[in-house]
Design a protein around this ligand. Structure first.
Ligand code: ZN
Length: 250
């Protein structure tokens, strides 16, 4: 069983297309949420996500864009993009967002769970070892896949010690991958990174592949048509900052 793990696409169609065309063969797709918000192609991205099927956990932007929660807790630029998205969403896509389940979701057969933020609080950011420790205390799963922070990062726990680690890539502009061999008796908390708005200083679209049979987790980075994504954001009248930040990956 091989799962393609994607998260935080944020209406970036160009990034999503690059991810799908470079992803290796897989049997399932696990989407950790925030399909929409920030970017300029919410309907197109939802159409693709619906076609992909698999597991989809809802994110905070997904809930705001379909009107389930208010924009009060969002930054000004995020709130502007949410309001814009609400205005352009096709009715069927709004309905699709509304019915997305909260995490944790356990994909069939695997001893893993998918969440947006944390197992017990879908809106909480999992940033530090202490958060990872708490997440592992909240769930019996062997591996927790999470999103929300837009950073490729992982934590492992063997006994009481929690270790934090990140992928290292040999280039900043080509497609690259980084393999993590999963050890028996160790539990993991893993973020595939953000497809459409990375915040770990790397502009490339991020995703991961989990190979259960080979006990292998692989982080990927892939370049995408950044200037088109930026142009669409500017043309839609969204805040310029949302286009600019894609270049810096912050
Ligand atoms: Zn997000």
């Amino acid at each position: 069983m091989r799962a393609l793990i994607i998260s935080d696409i944020h209406s970036n169609l160009q990034a999503l297309e690059a991810v799908l065309s470079s992803a290796p063969e897989h049997d399932d797709v696990w989407n950790l949420g925030d399909v929409v918000g920030y970017g300029a192609n919410p309907n197109e991205v939802i159409d693709v996500a619906r076609q992909l099927g698999g597991v989809v956990v809802r994110g905070n932007h997904d809930r705001a864009c379909c009107g389930k929660i208010t924009i009060d807790d969002f930054s000004e630029a995020a709130a502007d993009a949410i309001t814009w998205t609400q205005g352009v969403l096709a009715e069927g896509n709004r309905e699709w967002l509304r019915q997305l389940p909260a995490g944790p979701i356990k994909p069939a057969k695997e001893r893993v769970i998918c969440v947006h933020g944390m197992p017990r609080d879908e809106d909480e950011y999992l940033l530090y070892s202490g958060n990872a420790q708490a997440a592992l205390d909240q769930s019996p799963a062997g591996i927790i896949f999470f999103g929300h922070t837009h950073r490729q990062v992982g934590f492992s726990r063997k006994g009481r010690d929690v270790l934090r680690f990140k992928p290292e890539f040999s280039s900043r502009d080509e497609a690259k991958q980084y393999e993590l061999r999963l050890r028996k008796g160790t539990r993991y908390v893993l973020n595939p990174g953000s497809v459409g708005q990375p915040r770990d200083g790397d502009w490339r679209a991020a995703f991961a592949v989990f190979d259960a049979a080979r006990a292998l987790f692989t982080w990927h980075r892939v370049p995408y048509n950044l200037s088109t994504a930026q142009r669409r954001i500017r043309r839609a009248g969204l805040p310029d900052y949302l286009a600019a930040r894609l270049r810096s990956g912050q």
